[in-house]
Design a protein around this ligand. Structure first.
Ligand code: DMJ
Length: 393
């Protein structure tokens, strides 16, 4: 920690002419600094958080106040990607925990105002399907674009997660957030839930212009954990039932594969076919990026139920990460092929969320100490950085 602190003090310089992604920088850098400030009490981290927060603010200067995806943190300019004026829905709705906390700590309300405005606006928007949101939103008009496609995976995932977590962060008072969350889960049940064959696994598919697809991103595996967290916070026991079914599915996305590691995307079989498992994998989807979502959900499930099977599943996954992704000279790597145990094709790339999330959630999963980040006092941001709940229940 001392070594890392020195690095933050001397080498973490934000006055640089570089474009960064608003969402990724918020959840990783701002979230990480705020969390470290809380866990250490060292004001250096708050100072740095304030600086990066201020440097990200130009992203909100758009006609609709829906932020652009990219900011130049040295020049103070922001822009959408070159090919569109759209932003990603999950990105603009998953920066709120961090900016709200920054306002609370600094007393400067501009951070919270900017992100709350996005949520209020999205709350009133048309184009939702029983609470499910499209994947894109236009920074000029403020309207959803590419209507009719609904997923709990890439580009929409953490919208749902942050509805619940903001409600928890704020002391369960902001009813619109809860309403949107509850409606969305009903939308998931109505439009996206199906059961696979032969094991009858409950999974969350996708809807495109009225057509159901049995495709599920590994990213969707955040959902059992989020549902369990909601149930722990007094929402219907139904959500816990669904969480239990979905975490079993997420585990099977590992267990049914040759290396015991999940691919990035699976397709579920809706009809029983001889010799076929529930999970099918397309050649383009068989990589594994060391993602955290299943382990994250296993942690929540274990915390709330005490059922050891969740620790056992996590242990199995860890063994397989060690077997197929560990690099002898240090670290771990993404792999290209979870279906080939004799050559999983290492990529020589370790995403920062492996340390930030995957290993952290493993560590928490294997602990029986509920005060090791007490979930009635802290809420994890979507990069696994714990932030305090403002008014613990
Ligand atoms: C992380 O950056 C966050 O968990 C995000 O919400 C989704 N993608 C990665 C991990 O898979």
């Amino acid at each position: 920690f001392e070594e890392a602190r020195k690095w933050v003090a001397n080498d973490l310089v934000f006055d640089k002419n570089v474009d960064v992604n608003l969402f990724e920088s918020t959840i990783r850098i701002l979230g990480g600094l705020l969390s470290t400030y809380h866990l250490s009490g060292d004001s250096l981290f708050l100072e740095k958080a304030k600086e990066i927060g201020n440097r990200l603010m130009p992203a909100f200067k758009t006609p609709s106040k829906i932020p652009y995806s990219d900011v130049n943190i040295g020049r103070g300019t922001a822009h959408p990607p070159r090919w569109t004026s759209d932003s990603t829905v999950a990105e603009v709705t998953s920066i709120q925990l961090e900016f709200r906390e920054l306002s609370r700590l600094t007393g400067d309300e501009k951070f919270q105002k900017a992100v709350d405005e996005v949520m209020k606006h999205v709350h009133t928007l048309s184009g939702k399907n029983d609470g499910l949101v499209p994947m894109f939103i236009n920074t000029n008009s403020g309207q959803f674009t590419h209507l009719g496609v609904y997923t709990l995976g890439a580009r929409a995932d953490s919208y749902y997660e942050y509805l619940l977590k903001q409600w928890i962060q704020g002391g369960k008072k902001e009813n619109e957030l809860l309403e949107d969350y509850m409606r969305a889960i009903e939308g998931v049940k109505k439009h996206l839930l199906k059961r696979s064959q032969p094991k009858k696994l409950t999974f969350v598919g996708e809807l495109a212009h009225g057509h159901f697809s049995a495709k599920m991103d590994h990213l969707v595996c955040f959902l059992p954990g989020t549902l369990a967290l909601g149930a722990h916070n007094g929402l219907t026991a139904d959500h816990m039932k669904l969480a239990e079914a979905l975490i079993e599915t997420c585990y099977q996305m590992y267990a049914q594969v040759e290396t015991g590691l999940s691919p990035e995307i699976v397709h579920f079989n809706l009809h029983a076919q001889k010799g076929h498992k529930d999970v099918e994998i397309k050649p383009a989807d068989r990589h594994n990026l060391l993602r955290p979502e299943t382990v994250e959900s296993l942690f929540y499930m274990y915390r709330f139920t005490g059922d050891k099977k969740y620790q056992d599943w996590g242990w199995e996954i860890l063994q397989n990460f060690n077997k197929y992704t560990r690099v002898p000279t240090g670290g771990y790597t993404s792999i290209n092929n979870v279906q080939n145990p004799s050559n999983p094709e290492p990529r020589d790339k370790m995403e920062s969320f492996f340390l930030g999330e995957t290993l952290k959630y493993m560590f928490l999963l294997f602990s029986d100490d509920i005060d090791l980040i007490n979930l009635d006092k802290y809420v994890f941001n979507t990069e696994a950085h714990p932030l305090p709940i403002w008014a613990p229940a």
